[in-house]
Design a protein. Structure first.
Length: 136
């Protein structure tokens, strides 16, 4: 049994070719991907689906906590698996390339924010912007 099948069954979701392919694509992605990239990937494979189905699957995955939405102020959502280790992103301001950054704020910084604001932190997101090596 593939791990994607196991994950779907664990969440009591029907195992379909589209769902398995989307999970596999997100697993292999090196940065968050948008729904159009997912649809194009499915089109290249033998899986026939439409964009509305891709959105429905992503919304199910979000509801189940399998996938999370990531926003980069570009007018669309991107998606990545919640099972990936905590990380942040760097975005090229010229070409829009996005890379994962495997650095996270430390507990001391988080405690300082809690002490200053009184908030209880559930999760945090940190986005870096700059110019990628190709555009520099």
């Amino acid at each position: 049994m593939q791990k994607q099948d196991y994950l779907l069954k664990q969440h009591k979701l029907k195992v379909t070719n589209s769902r398995v392919a989307i999970l596999k694509y997100l697993e292999d992605a090196v940065s968050p991907v948008d729904s159009l990239a997912i649809k194009k990937h499915l089109d290249k494979s033998t899986i026939t689906t439409n964009r509305a189905t891709v959105f429905r699957i992503l919304n199910i995955f979000i509801r189940e906590g399998i996938v999370k939405t990531v926003q980069f102020n570009e007018g669309k959502s991107r998606y990545e698996l919640t099972s990936k280790p905590e990380h942040h992103h760097i975005v090229c301001t010229i070409c829009g390339d996005i890379k994962d950054v495997n650095v996270c704020i430390n507990k001391e910084m988080e405690n300082t924010i809690v002490n200053e604001t009184g908030y209880r932190i559930n999760r945090h997101m940190l986005e870096f912007t700059g110019t990628c090596p190709r555009c520099s």
